[in-house]
Design a protein around this ligand. Structure first.
Ligand code: HEC
Length: 172
Protein backbone atom coordinates (compact mmCIF):
# COMPACT_ATOMS: atom_id res chain seq x y z
CA UNK A 1 0.00 0.00 0.00
CA UNK A 2 2.84 2.37 0.84
CA UNK A 3 4.48 1.36 -2.37
CA UNK A 4 1.36 2.24 -4.32
CA UNK A 5 1.26 5.63 -2.67
CA UNK A 6 4.90 6.19 -3.42
CA UNK A 7 4.43 5.22 -7.04
CA UNK A 8 1.41 7.46 -7.31
CA UNK A 9 3.18 10.43 -5.86
CA UNK A 10 6.26 9.98 -8.01
CA UNK A 11 4.01 9.70 -11.04
CA UNK A 12 2.39 12.97 -10.04
CA UNK A 13 5.77 14.62 -9.56
CA UNK A 14 6.89 13.32 -12.89
CA UNK A 15 3.78 14.71 -14.53
CA UNK A 16 4.43 18.09 -12.92
CA UNK A 17 8.08 18.05 -13.95
CA UNK A 18 7.15 17.11 -17.50
CA UNK A 19 4.58 19.87 -17.54
CA UNK A 20 7.08 22.45 -16.33
CA UNK A 21 9.73 21.20 -18.71
CA UNK A 22 7.92 21.83 -21.97
CA UNK A 23 7.97 25.64 -22.04
CA UNK A 24 11.67 25.75 -21.20
CA UNK A 25 12.55 23.75 -24.31
CA UNK A 26 12.60 27.07 -26.11
CA UNK A 27 16.06 28.66 -26.35
CA UNK A 28 15.48 31.36 -23.77
CA UNK A 29 16.83 31.87 -20.31
CA UNK A 30 14.78 29.84 -17.84
CA UNK A 31 14.76 32.86 -15.57
CA UNK A 32 12.77 34.90 -18.05
CA UNK A 33 9.13 33.92 -17.62
CA UNK A 34 6.82 35.55 -20.13
CA UNK A 35 9.58 35.95 -22.70
CA UNK A 36 8.41 35.45 -26.28
CA UNK A 37 9.38 31.87 -26.91
CA UNK A 38 9.50 32.00 -30.69
CA UNK A 39 7.66 29.98 -33.29
CA UNK A 40 8.41 26.41 -32.20
CA UNK A 41 7.21 26.90 -28.63
CA UNK A 42 3.75 25.70 -27.55
CA UNK A 43 0.93 28.25 -27.71
CA UNK A 44 0.87 30.71 -24.81
CA UNK A 45 -1.82 30.56 -22.17
CA UNK A 46 -3.89 33.54 -21.05
CA UNK A 47 -2.08 36.48 -19.50
CA UNK A 48 -3.38 37.73 -16.16
CA UNK A 49 -4.79 40.75 -17.99
CA UNK A 50 -6.73 38.51 -20.38
CA UNK A 51 -8.05 36.53 -17.43
CA UNK A 52 -9.18 39.74 -15.72
CA UNK A 53 -10.99 40.87 -18.89
CA UNK A 54 -12.83 37.54 -18.93
CA UNK A 55 -13.65 37.92 -15.24
CA UNK A 56 -15.29 41.26 -16.05
CA UNK A 57 -17.29 39.88 -18.99
CA UNK A 58 -18.32 36.29 -18.32
CA UNK A 59 -21.61 37.22 -16.65
CA UNK A 60 -22.94 38.25 -20.07
CA UNK A 61 -22.61 34.58 -21.15
CA UNK A 62 -25.55 32.18 -20.86
CA UNK A 63 -25.48 30.07 -17.70
CA UNK A 64 -26.02 26.32 -17.44
CA UNK A 65 -27.81 26.73 -14.13
CA UNK A 66 -29.53 29.70 -12.52
CA UNK A 67 -29.83 28.29 -9.02
CA UNK A 68 -26.45 27.57 -7.42
CA UNK A 69 -25.48 23.89 -7.15
CA UNK A 70 -23.12 22.28 -4.67
CA UNK A 71 -19.86 21.14 -6.29
CA UNK A 72 -18.11 18.46 -4.26
CA UNK A 73 -15.22 18.58 -6.73
CA UNK A 74 -14.52 22.31 -6.40
CA UNK A 75 -13.89 22.98 -2.73
CA UNK A 76 -17.51 22.05 -2.01
CA UNK A 77 -18.59 25.48 -3.17
CA UNK A 78 -21.99 26.50 -4.50
CA UNK A 79 -21.42 27.00 -8.21
CA UNK A 80 -22.89 28.44 -11.39
CA UNK A 81 -21.38 27.62 -14.79
CA UNK A 82 -21.24 30.07 -17.72
CA UNK A 83 -20.36 29.07 -21.28
CA UNK A 84 -19.77 31.57 -24.06
CA UNK A 85 -22.71 31.51 -26.53
CA UNK A 86 -20.94 29.39 -29.17
CA UNK A 87 -19.87 26.87 -26.53
CA UNK A 88 -23.38 26.76 -25.06
CA UNK A 89 -24.79 25.87 -28.49
CA UNK A 90 -22.14 23.14 -28.86
CA UNK A 91 -22.88 21.86 -25.35
CA UNK A 92 -26.62 21.65 -26.08
CA UNK A 93 -26.16 19.86 -29.39
CA UNK A 94 -23.26 17.78 -28.01
CA UNK A 95 -21.03 18.77 -30.92
CA UNK A 96 -17.45 18.34 -29.80
CA UNK A 97 -14.70 19.41 -29.82
CA UNK A 98 -15.45 22.94 -28.68
CA UNK A 99 -14.29 25.81 -30.89
CA UNK A 100 -10.89 27.39 -30.48
CA UNK A 101 -11.25 30.32 -28.09
CA UNK A 102 -14.09 28.72 -26.08
CA UNK A 103 -14.40 30.24 -22.61
CA UNK A 104 -16.08 28.56 -19.64
CA UNK A 105 -16.26 30.11 -16.18
CA UNK A 106 -17.54 28.51 -13.02
CA UNK A 107 -18.48 30.87 -10.25
CA UNK A 108 -17.95 29.61 -6.70
CA UNK A 109 -19.80 30.87 -3.61
CA UNK A 110 -19.28 29.64 -0.07
CA UNK A 111 -22.97 30.05 0.67
CA UNK A 112 -25.99 30.38 -1.60
CA UNK A 113 -26.49 34.04 -0.76
CA UNK A 114 -22.83 34.91 -0.29
CA UNK A 115 -20.52 36.80 -2.66
CA UNK A 116 -18.42 35.22 -5.43
CA UNK A 117 -15.34 33.79 -3.70
CA UNK A 118 -13.62 31.91 -6.51
CA UNK A 119 -13.69 31.46 -10.27
CA UNK A 120 -12.67 28.29 -12.11
CA UNK A 121 -11.78 28.98 -15.72
CA UNK A 122 -11.24 26.85 -18.82
CA UNK A 123 -10.22 28.29 -22.19
CA UNK A 124 -9.56 26.36 -25.39
CA UNK A 125 -6.36 27.61 -27.03
CA UNK A 126 -5.28 25.80 -30.22
CA UNK A 127 -1.82 24.28 -29.76
CA UNK A 128 -1.70 24.93 -26.02
CA UNK A 129 -1.95 21.30 -24.84
CA UNK A 130 -2.81 19.02 -27.78
CA UNK A 131 -2.73 15.85 -25.67
CA UNK A 132 -5.38 17.19 -23.32
CA UNK A 133 -7.81 18.93 -25.61
CA UNK A 134 -5.85 22.24 -25.69
CA UNK A 135 -7.51 23.48 -22.50
CA UNK A 136 -5.91 26.21 -20.40
CA UNK A 137 -7.06 26.16 -16.72
CA UNK A 138 -7.02 28.91 -14.13
CA UNK A 139 -8.37 29.79 -10.71
CA UNK A 140 -8.94 33.27 -9.35
CA UNK A 141 -10.42 34.73 -6.21
CA UNK A 142 -13.73 36.57 -6.38
CA UNK A 143 -12.03 39.77 -7.55
CA UNK A 144 -10.24 38.04 -10.41
CA UNK A 145 -6.85 37.88 -8.72
CA UNK A 146 -5.13 34.95 -10.45
CA UNK A 147 -3.93 32.01 -8.38
CA UNK A 148 -2.77 28.91 -10.19
CA UNK A 149 -3.00 28.80 -13.99
CA UNK A 150 -1.81 26.82 -16.97
CA UNK A 151 -1.73 23.09 -17.65
CA UNK A 152 -2.81 22.34 -14.07
CA UNK A 153 -2.43 18.58 -13.57
CA UNK A 154 -5.04 18.46 -10.82
CA UNK A 155 -7.67 19.91 -13.15
CA UNK A 156 -6.57 17.83 -16.16
CA UNK A 157 -6.58 14.57 -14.23
CA UNK A 158 -10.22 14.97 -13.28
CA UNK A 159 -11.57 16.59 -16.44
CA UNK A 160 -9.75 13.90 -18.43
CA UNK A 161 -12.44 11.50 -17.25
CA UNK A 162 -14.80 13.21 -19.73
CA UNK A 163 -12.35 13.32 -22.63
CA UNK A 164 -15.19 11.94 -24.81
CA UNK A 165 -17.10 15.19 -24.12
CA UNK A 166 -13.98 17.28 -24.79
CA UNK A 167 -13.17 17.56 -21.05
CA UNK A 168 -16.38 19.46 -20.18
CA UNK A 169 -18.74 17.83 -17.66
CA UNK A 170 -21.85 19.93 -17.38
CA UNK A 171 -23.93 18.86 -14.41
CA UNK A 172 -24.96 15.33 -15.43
C1 HEC B 1 -12.07 16.02 -8.50
C2 HEC B 1 -12.44 16.29 -9.88
C3 HEC B 1 -12.25 17.70 -10.42
C4 HEC B 1 -11.17 18.52 -10.30
C5 HEC B 1 -9.88 18.28 -9.53
C6 HEC B 1 -11.48 19.72 -11.05
N1 HEC B 1 -12.72 19.63 -11.63
FE1 HEC B 1 -13.66 21.07 -12.67
N2 HEC B 1 -15.34 19.92 -12.75
C7 HEC B 1 -15.49 18.66 -12.21
C8 HEC B 1 -16.88 18.23 -12.33
C9 HEC B 1 -17.44 16.89 -11.89
C10 HEC B 1 -17.56 19.29 -12.96
C11 HEC B 1 -19.05 19.37 -13.28
C12 HEC B 1 -19.89 19.49 -12.02
C13 HEC B 1 -19.56 20.71 -11.25
O1 HEC B 1 -19.52 21.81 -11.80
O2 HEC B 1 -19.32 20.58 -10.06
C14 HEC B 1 -16.56 20.33 -13.22
C15 HEC B 1 -16.83 21.53 -13.86
C16 HEC B 1 -15.90 22.50 -14.15
C17 HEC B 1 -16.14 23.65 -14.98
C18 HEC B 1 -17.43 23.93 -15.76
C19 HEC B 1 -17.37 23.15 -17.09
C20 HEC B 1 -17.66 21.68 -16.91
O3 HEC B 1 -16.73 20.87 -17.13
O4 HEC B 1 -18.78 21.36 -16.52
C21 HEC B 1 -15.00 24.39 -15.00
C22 HEC B 1 -14.77 25.68 -15.74
C23 HEC B 1 -14.03 23.70 -14.17
N3 HEC B 1 -14.61 22.54 -13.69
C24 HEC B 1 -12.75 24.14 -13.95
C25 HEC B 1 -11.82 23.45 -13.18
C26 HEC B 1 -10.50 23.95 -12.87
C27 HEC B 1 -9.92 25.27 -13.33
C28 HEC B 1 -9.89 23.00 -12.09
C29 HEC B 1 -8.52 23.03 -11.46
C30 HEC B 1 -8.20 24.19 -10.66
C31 HEC B 1 -10.85 21.93 -11.91
N4 HEC B 1 -12.00 22.23 -12.58
C32 HEC B 1 -10.61 20.79 -11.15
C33 HEC B 1 -14.48 17.91 -11.64
C34 HEC B 1 -13.23 18.40 -11.26
Amino acid sequence: MNLTRLLLSSAALFALAACNASPSQAPVSPSAPGTDNGVSAPAEGMSDTEIQTLVQNYQSFPALNEELKRSGTHENMMVRTYLDPTAMAAFNSQSYPYANGTEIVKQGHKTADGPVEALFIMKKIAGYDPENGDWFYAMTNGDGMVGDKGRIQMCISCHGAVRSKDFVYGFE
